[in-house]
Ligand binder design. Structure first.
Ligand SMILES: Cc1cc2nc3c(=O)[nH]c(=O)nc-3n(C[C@H](O)[C@H](O)[C@H](O)COP(=O)(O)O)c2cc1C
Length: 211
């Protein structure tokens, strides 16, 4: 089959402006809860796009770990590529695609580091191996001696099984504070349903977009 012939048809559900919650975070929770129930694979995996002040973009996947009225939280190394880009340009776009449900959610907003206590609380519940990886990894740096890096990880693991591990200062959470959230439901004949929420003062404007 040729690439130009690869296509899917959609049509499992519809999304009407009259159906949606007035608050996009509540609407997100409705869709997320349903996706969880339907056992969507890697349901909390989201693409996050960041950009340099020049506009040069980059994107990668991270895991959503908290969501509430304040925004969408993920955890990472503050000194990796995305951390450096967010230092210089604290804006991001998030993207969920749930193939099984033919749904996409786009979120855009400003990004802030969460406070230390919140980062500590999440770090504390991570498995030891994940804690060690956060300590050992200089995320996004080039590895010159792979074996040295791996043996450092192993040594740290062996030496720390019994100890309480402290979160490294260069690892923690970011919160994306949404200004726009769009819900997309795939429909037949590419006549997809799109509902866009835009932050206005203290509320949200809700509009339906052309497919
Ligand atoms: C399913 C999946 C989940 C991931 N979750 C995270 C995450 O929560 N935090 C993180 O820093 N990287 C996560 N990664 C790795 C990132 O995609 C990326 O490789 C890493 O953060 C380095 O990105 P950067 O160089 O742009 O900073 C995940 C990758 C995949 C495929």
């Amino acid at each position: 089959m040729e690439l130009k012939d690869v296509r899917s048809e959609y049509g499992k559900a519809e999304l009407r402006k009259e159906q949606v919650n007035q608050n996009p975070i509540e609407q997100f929770k409705v869709w997320f809860g349903h996706a969880l129930k339907m056992q969507v694979s890697e349901v909390n995996a989201m693409t996050i796009a960041t950009a340099l002040p020049s506009g040069l973009p980059s994107a990668r996947i991270v895991l959503l770990k908290e969501v509430d009225d304040k925004g969408f939280v993920f955890f990472t190394n503050y000194e990796g590529r995305k951390g450096k880009e967010l230092d210089r340009n604290p804006h991001a776009a998030l993207l969920f695609y749930w193939k099984e449900l033919e749904q996409q959610i786009r979120i855009e907003g400003k990004v802030k580091k969460i406070n230390r206590k919140e980062s500590d609380a999440y770090f504390d519940v991570r498995p030891l191996e994940s804690k060690m990886s956060a300590i050992v990894s200089k995320q996004s740096k080039v590895i010159n001696k792979c074996m040295k890096w791996l043996s450092c990880f192993q040594k740290c693991l062996i030496g720390n099984y019994e100890k309480k591990i402290k979160r490294p200062e260069n690892w923690g959470g970011y919160r994306v504070v949404p200004e726009k959230i769009e819900f997309w439901q795939g429909r037949t004949n590419r006549l997809h349903d799109r509902i866009l929420y835009t932050k206005v003062n203290k509320g949200w404007k809700i509009e339906r977009l052309e497919p």
